[in-house]
Design a protein around this ligand. Structure first.
Ligand SMILES: C[S@@+](CC[C@H](N)C(=O)[O-])C[C@H]1O[C@@H](n2cnc3c(N)ncnc32)[C@H](O)[C@@H]1O
Length: 294
């Protein structure tokens, strides 16, 4: 079985994810996790990646093609996006090229949404694609405890060692609010509980997780804390610095990397936020700069 090449193990790469994907050999990554730009005019540290719809979908398909290529045959791929973007990717590429595709929903509460003519969008799609029928999946690592343990059938399942039921295909996690102590100065940060669940669903310690888009570093910090071998790419130097700083500081977001809305709320007695399960002895990793920012 091909392993993730040494130079990419536990690395934050300041480069285009397509460059790194194209450099990787076939079948070398256990899990691919992609939370790309959604092509909806979001600015990342002043930079906007939005292009025409056709260009975006063409790019998204290329991303999926390369991601499937580098995924191990028994690996799992997850792409988070708005429902329409993921629907196009699924119909135009994944259904034909993956062994199986599942569409889950991440649902959240939001106070935004004042359109008088439609319901408020309060979910994102998570596409889960596999390459063959033997994808590795670990129900017991993510099982929800049974609600009715005294039911005879459930009692029997528990006696057989089952830990609970598989989570539903919809997952509820609150958005990371700007005033939250877990919020970095990044416009779209995925809640840690969501990435933790996905990473645990299909990998064990020592497995490799390619977080395609580094962003604020939340998923990379999770992967590292779960003892997975991580790799991530990020085009914005400022975000690379946030990720590197979080990895160096056991997940803590340094004051200069916190969201400005949160800093306003702080009082003098506040202490930095640390992930509760982070050990203080973890190794520092080095950030790799492949080239100067454009
Ligand atoms: C939706 S955000 C990811 C946020 C991340 N999930 C988090 O929780 O912080 C997408 C990120 O990808 C970066 N990005 C966009 N295009 C990229 C590319 N082609 N290669 C690498 N990074 C890219 C953006 O700068 C942005 O930080």
């Amino acid at each position: 079985m091909t392993a993730l090449p040494e130079q990419y193990r536990n690395q934050v790469v300041h480069d285009d994810v397509m460059t790194v994907l194209r450099d990787l050999p076939d079948g070398c990554v256990d899990m691919i996790y992609g939370d790309p730009d959604y092509n909806v005019d979001i600015k990342y540290d002043g930079h906007n990646f939005t292009s025409s719809w056709d260009e975006y979908i063409g790019w998204y398909i290329d991303l999926a093609r390369e991601s499937l290529r580098v995924l191990r045959p028994d690996g799992n791929l997850f792409f988070i996006n708005y429902p329409k973007q993921n629907a196009y990717l699924r119909v135009k590429y994944l259904d034909e090229n993956a062994y199986a595709v599942h569409d889950y929903a991440w649902v959240y509460n939001t106070n935004v949404g004042h359109s008088p003519r439609r319901l408020t969008t309060a979910h994102r799609s998570i596409l889960h694609a596999t390459k063959d029928k033997h994808n590795r999946f670990y129900k017991d690592q993510i099982a929800h405890p049974y609600q009715n343990p005294t039911d005879p059938r459930i009692r029997e399942r528990i006696s057989q060692g089952h830990k609970g039921r598989m989570p539903y295909s919809w997952l509820y996690f609150n958005l990371v609010k700007n005033v939250s102590r877990q919020k970095a100065d990044h416009p779209c940060q995925i809640p840690e509980g969501l990435s933790e669940l996905l990473i645990k669903s299909c990998t064990v310690p020592g497995d490799s997780v390619f977080v395609l888009f580094g962003g604020s570093g939340s998923e990379v910090v999770q992967a590292r804390n779960l003892d997975r071998v991580y790799l991530t790419c990020e085009l914005q130097r400022r975000y690379c610095e946030i990720i590197e700083s979080r990895l160096r500081n056991n997940g803590v977001i340094a004051d200069e990397h916190r969201h400005p809305a949160q800093l306003k709320q702080r009082n003098g007695t506040d202490t930095p936020y640390a992930l509760p399960h982070v050990q203080q002895t973890q190794l520092l990793r080095e950030i790799r700069y492949y080239r100067e920012p454009m």
